[in-house]
Design a protein around this ligand. Sequence first.
Ligand code: HEC
Ligand code: HEC
Ligand code: HEC
Ligand code: HEC
Length: 446
Amino acid sequence: MTKLRFVTILSALIGGALWACTGSDGAPGTPGAAGTAGAQGPSGGGGPAGSAGPQGMPGPSGVIDGGLPSSCLTPCHGFNGIVEQWKTSTHYATFVSNLGGTEVDTWTGPQACGNCHAIDGLSYRVAGNVGTVDGGAVANVKNGELNYKTPSGSTTESVYRGSAKVAAVTCVTCHEVSDATDPHRTGLAFVPGSFPLRTPSGKTDQVFLEKSPAVGTITGTQAGLRGTANTCIMCHKSRKDVTQYITASNTLTSPYWGPHEGPQADVYTGLGGYHYTGLTYGTSTHEAKLTCVDCHMPDITTNGNTPNHSFYAQISTCTASSCHTSAPNFDVDGGQSTVRAGLFLLQKALNSAGYLTRDAAGPYGALSSAALADSHFELDRTRAGGGDGGGPSVLTADQAGALYNYLIVARGSGLGVHNPKYTKQLIYDSYVAVVGSAPPGFGRPQ
Ligand code: HEC
Ligand code: HEC
Ligand code: HEC
Ligand code: HEC
């Protein structure tokens, strides 16, 4: 697979809308040029017509004497405002790192990538507008499901229907920006609730993880009532329907075998892993009480109580609750240290069996001693050809499930914070499946 390489057309992002912040400060400058309308989506073969592309981001107007009107500063364009917060996140870095890129070769043609990586991927998905390469239908598409069953019965992933060449997760990606909600067009000052999200986040709205309840029926699984975090779950999930993906015998053919980067939702919900028959899987207080948005976007009092848009987990969520009032860091009660120790054990077991590597291209070597010590578990890949370390080269469902579970925990990041109990259960059961005995010094929470 090609390394992700996205071209960025800066003008599409800043191709301005009319500048119209309210306030009496200074004489208005020359209005910016009108925003470029989004490209019309392609009409599908028998499918729904493509929806219009998103509007460009607002462009800077002419010089405004005396700086920006105060209504622009809060909560967005101030020195520490939402826009500057967002710029510290990798949602923005994707965009920057692609400046100067040459081509979006990874999603030209029918590709899945744009569903989560294109600037307008979410707007197509919530409109139910994804492509299938063979006329198959995707269940629950408006609620985030991506996999579907082909007419011949195999499982595959729907494709992006848009034509944007910009890879970024920006304001217009997550927020429903229209003539009615864009403050640059309405000219109205921000009032809480006036800048809605695209992904439904009402009391009964749920989005779907890929994992289906039964083999052969591809419907995904509802991720639970997560409110505004439904937005995050649309993208931060495995892309693989583990129920169909793992079969009675599994051959590791590619270093990309397994869940995609960022399967936080699969761990957080306690639903997305490979579950061993006869065992029950629990979930923790975190999952029951907190969502992605609570921990990653707590409100900032000095910015009109709007959520932190750096998107990085904040210790303030842990300490503000009555739960971990004096936690100095995220390793609360040594929880992350315990999970790290468990991951080292499982990593070693999978590596010894011949299932892990760091290389994206063959020949696929075992992990070096440096890689086995650096705790960058998320960098590990599947060793194509698998089993050269002594494990079987055709894996049983339980063995392949162990590798899958290691990868969702490693790539799901946070060392168990996303669901401490579930994470430890997956590590414990997966170790037993590969080694045949319990991991030394590592218990299974009930
Ligand atoms: C279900 C949504 C989804 C789809 C579809 C998807 N990705 Fe991703 N991808 C993500 C998320 C979320 C991350 C970030 C994970 C993290 O940092 O924890 C990511 C990260 C990546 C990264 C690592 C980026 C980095 O800076 O480290 C690459 C490379 C990548 N994706 C390539 C692809 C390619 C190629 C495709 C299509 C074949 C694709 N993705 C399809 C959601 C998706
Ligand atoms: C990855 C998704 C995502 C991106 C990107 C994003 N936001 Fe948000 N934003 C959210 C979420 C989630 C909330 C919380 C919504 C809630 O609590 O109702 C939010 C809330 C807000 C609010 C308060 C909304 C209201 O109506 O009260 C504003 C204003 C806002 N964002 C502006 C921005 C701006 C400006 C950008 C671009 C610099 C941006 N957001 C980028 C997800 C995102
Ligand atoms: C449209 C898809 C999409 C949505 C929606 C989305 N993300 Fe992301 N997110 C990504 C991608 C892609 C990356 C990786 C960018 C990169 O590394 O190049 C990422 C990266 C991140 C990172 C940094 C990861 C790292 O390893 O540095 C965090 C934290 C994050 N997202 C949290 C969130 C939260 C919280 C939400 C919900 C408010 C959210 N994201 C919604 C696609 C998305
Ligand atoms: C209980 C609080 C909590 C919840 C709920 C939560 N996270 Fe996290 N998340 C964390 C912590 C803590 C980390 C680890 C940060 C660190 O070690 O620096 C983390 C790490 C991450 C990372 C990697 C960031 C990085 O810099 O490597 C991503 C991406 C992420 N979370 C996304 C999500 C998504 C998406 C959800 C919802 C499905 C979610 N998180 C739910 C607390 C939480």
